[in-house]
Design a binder for this molecule. Structure first.
Ligand code: ADP
Ligand code: MG
Length: 399
């Protein structure tokens, strides 16, 4: 991966940034209920970059989107609702600025001041990356910092356009994410293992196709493994299975073969005739699944041998749970392999990077989210990166 510009370069390029107006793109798209923020992870993640620039005397203008307002103002999606919560987390005053009053407001700001500008998606040209909208935003600042990896897969005015219009740098959060992802798939230490699970092959096909060319071991788990088993002639009973994609599954297996990537499919599985918590289960070889049974998790022998694979690997990238982890006991394989990966990471033999909404939830359920080298909360951007795609917001930060 080519090299991107980060906050340290900003100092080298511009020296003292005191008094410089810096537009900082953050992801402040927090969940809210009854007027309060129910999860402030994203607010906390924005703090290091905003605080650092403020400490360095910059005039900091934070840009962010909030919800999907379709290019026009909608009071329910105003970032004024997030200003107080962000101020509390940042520990210094944050002024809220409307798009109409932005220019006048910026002119009165002092070095170190922080303002949060109204929802970028209130502007019709934001999502279209319209040049006039880019120019309107760019007029407010001297420099641009993008700290929102999670929005970097979209070529919007505030994520891509601005990076072309102003000198552009990655914020601390973006820098940490790019460094971690680069360590996992860009220039990783081999052997590299990828664990891909989740419900369906159809949502992760491009991920699988890319990974077979990059990793030494590909572990396929979750519901999507059933489609691969069916492709191999296994009767998966009433399991979730995309029978129309068995030929595609074969193609992935052939591509893996050509690329010398070892694919690990389940050989023992946990099955049940009902999909509910604490339903009666059987642990069987994949060839012994009954016609009325569903595969809902990997079996203990498969998990143990996957643990041995990880012990011999230096790098792990993980997306997707191995079973229907929300419904106990079908979380057992995911929890067990996650703990093994966490222990190897803590022991220093493995670099582990994971991402995906349900994956993050599963790792937290296993109590090991904090022990992985890096856990990405970026969702769509993380998946596009796993597909090997160039993210426009990242490409625009390259030297
Ligand atoms: P992520 O959000 O991490 O990218 P996905 O959304 O692709 O992950 O997949 C997670 C979903 O896959 C979970 O809801 C989980 O219950 C489901 N799943 C995993 N294994 C199975 C299975 N064997 N049968 C049915 N659903 C499964
Ligand atoms: Mg999901």
């Amino acid at each position: 991966m080519a090299d991107f510009k980060a906050l340290d370069d900003l100092g080298n390029d511009w020296g003292d940034v005191a008094g410089k107006r810096v537009l900082v793109r953050e992801d402040l798209n927090v969940p809210m209920a009854g007027g309060t923020v129910t999860d402030d992870t994203r607010l906390r993640a924005a703090v290091p970059t905003v605080a650092e620039l403020s400490d360095r005397g910059a005039v900091v203008l934070v840009l962010a989107h909030f919800g999907r307002p379709k290019g026009r103002p909608d009071p329910a999606m105003s970032l004024s609702l997030v200003t107080k919560p962000f101020e509390a987390v940042l520990g210094r005053p944050v002024r809220f600025v409307d798009w109409d009053g932005a220019e006048a407001a910026v002119a009165t700001m002092q070095p170190g001041d922080v303002a949060l500008v109204e929802n970028t998606r209130f502007l019709a040209g934001e999502e279209a990356n319209d040049p006039d909208t880019v120019a309107r935003m760019a007029a407010l600042g001297d420099l641009y910092v993008n700290d929102a990896f999670s929005a970097a897969h979209r070529a919007h005015a505030s994520t891509e356009g601005l990076a072309r219009a102003l000198p552009a740098y990655a914020g601390r959060q973006m820098e940490a994410e790019l460094d971690a992802l680069n360590k996992a798939l860009g220039t990783p230490e081999h052997p590299v293992a990828a664990v891909v699970g989740g419900a369906k092959v159809s949502t992760k096909l491009d991920v699988l196709k890319h990974l077979v060319t990059r990793v030494d071991h590909l572990v396929i788990g979750g519901g999507m493994a059933n489609t691969f088993l069916a492709a191999r002639g296994v009767d998966v009973g009433r399991s979730l299975c995309e029978h129309e994609l068995t030929a595609t599954a074969e193609e992935v297996l052939d591509a893996a073969d050509r690329a010398n990537c070892t694919v690990h499919l389940p050989y023992d599985v946990v099955v049940a005739t009902e999909f509910r918590a604490h339903a009666p289960t059987r642990t069987v070889n994949v060839h012994e699944v009954g016609g009325d049974e569903m595969i809902l998790d990997l079996g203990p022998s498969a998990v143990e041998s996957l643990g041995d694979v990880l012990k011999n690997c230096r790098t792990l990238v993980w997306n997707g749970p191995l079973g229907a982890f929300e419904t106990p006991p079908f979380d057992a394989a995911t929890v067990s392999l996650a703990r093994t990966a966490a222990a190897l990471t803590v022991g220093g033999s493995l670099v582990s990077v994971a991402g995906g909404g349900d994956t993050v939830a599963a790792l937290n359920q296993a109590g090991v989210g904090g022990d992985f080298t890096f856990v990405s909360t970026a969702g769509g951007a993380f998946l596009e990166w796993m597909e090997g795609r160039e993210l426009p917001g990242v490409a625009a930060l390259m030297r």
